[in-house]
Design a protein around this ligand. Structure first.
Ligand code: SD4
Length: 337
């Protein structure tokens, strides 16, 4: 893209940020003038990863429409997959690590860049709620392990066993061969990452996950790391990741998606470019055999997009125009490659 076109896109983005009027990234430019009038995107807009994003979106949407603050709405939505024993990659019922322990990562971020995060948290069903309290009640961004648990208990959370009989059975079966080879979207789920823009044009987001199944005890993925699993800049946009956390951390994935949107890329273009970068950095890497990453992004105007390295990734979208729905993300390659 020429510098000039970049500039015009950026200028349009800047104006839209001030007036909170959305425009289509596809607006045509001729001699420095946008031919297509800016398309107004009605807010709020909520997007989130995978099929389990749909019920989370619906709950977040309900709370937003009831006038709840963004972080409370996100928390309410994320608690749905966290509590669902059939979602085997998040919260209660999530696959354990190789020692049979369910260890959870989560984070949340608001439009003022306030963040709260917990990592390697055990025995607490709703890590997203603890992350929100880290944001609201501590001088820190991240609490981990025993300290995160201690904080949760001090806030009235109850410790409980998160290893369901199904997960225990699967873990015992895994122990027979003990091969670490995360296969991320075989059952269409992984981290839930959710992004939203409210009626006033303010962005917020969150992530929650039980992390990679059969990981080493103590392993922390990308999801609780601001800049890796989640990032937003309220002047530009928000991005979040799913997939193999190690690859997302190595490339500061979500922060980079936001930076590309700052440079004028659409959410889709930004997700695609970072996914391609991750591919290029990993094509000769041992992780490539089972590597899957996916990104979702939402810009200040309410436009959204997604892209994944391998097939199978989808995301949930909620807006006033079309209600709640799933969309398949475009991808670079199929699983058999
Ligand atoms: C992580 N992105 O911890 C998360 C989720 C996952 O295999 O389970 N990845 O890496």
């Amino acid at each position: 893209m020429s510098n000039r076109r970049n500039f015009i896109k950026k200028a349009a983005l800047g104006t839209a940020a001030v007036t909170a009027v959305g425009f289509s990234g596809l607006a045509k430019e001729s001699k420095g003038i946008l031919e297509t009038p800016p398309k107004k995107i009605k807010k709020p807009v909520v997007i989130s990863t995978w099929n389990h994003g749909l019920p989370a979106n619906q709950e977040t949407w309900k709370e937003l429409k009831a006038g709840q603050p963004a972080l409370d709405a996100i928390e309410a939505g994320m608690k749905i997959p966290e509590a669902d024993p059939n979602v085997r990659s998040v919260g209660y019922g999530g696959y354990p690590d190789r020692e049979g322990k369910v260890t959870l990562d989560a984070c949340i971020m608001d439009h003022n860049s306030n963040c709260g995060s917990v990592s390697f948290l055990q025995g607490i069903k709703h890590p997203i709620s603890v992350a929100k309290l880290v944001l609201q009640k501590t001088p820190h961004v991240m609490l981990s392990g025993a300290g995160a648990l201690q904080f949760a208990l001090s806030q009235g959370f109850k410790e409980e066993n998160l290893l369901t009989p199904d997960s225990e059975k699967d873990w015992k079966k895994w122990l027979e061969e003990s091969k670490y080879k995360p296969v991320i979207n075989i059952e269409n789920h992984d981290t839930i990452s959710l992004l939203m823009i409210d009626e006033d044009g303010n962005l917020a987001g969150g992530c929650t996950t039980s992390g990679a199944a059969w990981k080493m005890h103590g392993r922390v993925g990308d999801s609780p790391i601001i800049g890796a699993g989640l990032f937003l800049d309220n002047e530009v946009g928000a991005a979040a990741a799913t997939g193999l956390g190690e690859a997302v951390i190595r490339t500061a994935g979500s922060a980079m998606v936001v930076e590309l949107m700052r440079q004028g890329k659409s959410p889709y273009e930004a997700c695609k470019e970072i996914t391609e970068r991750i591919y290029n950095k990993h094509k000769n890497h041992k992780d490539m055999e089972y590597l899957q990453v996916g990104f979702i992004a939402l810009n200040k105007n309410g436009e959204h997009g997604a892209y994944s390295l391998r097939s199978g990734f989808n995301y949930a979208i909620s807006d006033d125009e079309n209600g709640h729905r799933m969309e398949d993300a475009k991808f670079k390659m199929s699983w058999d490659k």
